[in-house]
Design a binder for this molecule. Structure first.
Ligand SMILES: [Zn+2]
Length: 407
């Protein structure tokens, strides 16, 4: 295949997770006995620009189907994170009732609602109909389309943005260059942009291979992201390291021609740290598979031993990363009886491929599991607090990345 950024032929494998179902494709009772679609999940790395990317991708419409079940507003923790962001950027970039804030992949309006509360005009762009409809019902101006340069041309006739933001969207973009060219068109000359995305260096360091799924076409180092934005005529003027999603970056971007924002020393600082970690050395990427396999084998050995002792094992949180992990490990409902999840749209369904049933918290009324595996380990603190009542019968709360840990 050709690199999504620099078009060079690439063949170096970062990790091959085998053939697996799309991690958000929950299975209903009606279709559980029919054939399930599985796709290869193989991640390559370009030895020219060091973009880590998936080998094959499906039609984007198939992945982001209308019954997409991820609603951003479900997590209180995430909402608090977004509210804090809004309170920071409004004074920093002098946003007011004359400004326009555009969010790409605005989901159910989880973030734009905080701008709207402050009477700052907003426009959401969200291709998933089920989430976009919720945003619209909250009065948040939303366009149900994929963002690319064609849409940017169309929008920029009437709207140019003072702030464009995208949280966890860059990884979902198949045509990366078209996307960034679109940003160049839509942003006002003095406008700014922020993007948050999981940090590849953290993924490698903590062996977070379960954050790899079909919906993510690319995985970014700061080194690469600078290259991408500079190529398209932008300048990154600040970067923050965040704890969200197992370690993310928030970048601040402006047009190259804009002298309005000073370049923070964080930019050179983080780049230096990445170069020291050999981000531009192909050997840093090769060998990741073996580390991931070690995590898998240790988990399997732990869970099979506990099961042989007769322990009752369930999981908590039917997150996408849990599906990548369980399917790579080949775990089914004979080991993990069910997954408790608070999202009503997932309850009563089954996890893709493993077919482990998803149930509500009512499960605990009649069941006292010995072991609860926390699948979204990035929320382990929040979830451990939520589940503290299970301590009354001595349940163990367990995470497994990068090591088995009992909370
Ligand atoms: Zn490349």
């Amino acid at each position: 295949m050709r690199c999504r950024f620099c078009s060079k032929n690439i063949s170096k494998v970062f990790i091959d997770l085998g053939s697996t179902a799309i991690s958000n494709a929950f299975v209903t009772e009606e279709i559980i006995n029919s054939k399930e679609s599985i796709y290869p999940l193989k991640v390559l790395v370009c030895d020219n620009c060091f973009l880590v990317q998936v080998d094959e991708f499906q039609k984007k419409e198939e992945i982001f189907s209308n019954d997409y079940v991820y609603f951003s507003s479900v997590s209180d923790y995430w909402l608090a994170h977004c509210k804090k962001y809004v309170e920071k950027v409004i004074p920093q970039f002098h946003l007011n009732t004359e400004s326009l804030v555009v969010e790409i992949a605005s989901n159910d309006g989880y973030l734009l609602q905080y701008f709207k509360e402050r009477n700052i005009p907003v426009l959401g762009i969200e291709p998933t109909n089920s989430t976009a409809q919720i945003a619209i019902s909250k009065g948040i101006n939303t366009i149900t389309e994929f963002f690319d340069e064609i849409l940017a041309e169309k929008l920029s006739v009437e709207h140019k943005a003072d702030l464009i933001l995208g949280n966890n969207v860059l990884a979902h973009v198949p045509e990366l260059n078209s996307f960034v060219r679109g940003l160049k068109i839509l942003l006002k000359p003095e406008g700014v942009m922020t993007f948050e995305f999981p940090h590849l260096m953290r993924l490698i360091e903590k062996i977070e291979f379960d954050t790899i799924y079909h919906e993510h076409f690319s995985y970014f180092s700061f080194f690469f992201i600078i290259k991408l934005f500079e190529f398209h005529g932008f300048k990154i003027f600040d970067v923050e390291e965040l704890e969200t999603h197992g370690g993310s970056l928030r970048i601040y971007v402006k047009h190259r021609e804009n002298n309005g924002q000073a370049i923070s020393e964080n930019v050179a600082g983080l780049l230096k740290k990445e170069i020291e970690a050999k981000v531009n050395d192909i050997n840093s990427y090769i060998g990741f598979q073996e580390k991931a396999n070690e995590v898998k084998f240790k988990f399997l050995s732990y869970i099979i031993n506990e099961r042989l002792k007769g322990k009752k094992i369930i999981a908590f949180g039917a997150a996408a990363k849990g599906n990548t992990f369980l399917n790579y490990c080949g775990v089914k409902s004979d080991i993990i009886e069910c997954v408790v999840d608070d999202t009503p749209s997932k309850q009563g369904k089954y996890l893709p491929q493993s077919h482990i049933p998803v149930v509500s918290r009512d499960y605990f009324k009649n069941n006292k599991p010995d072991i609860i595996i926390i699948l979204p380990w990035n929320f382990k603190k929040e979830i451990s607090e939520k589940l503290s009542f299970t301590k009354s019968w001595g349940a163990q709360l367990v995470t497994y990345i990068p090591e088995i840990e009992i909370h």
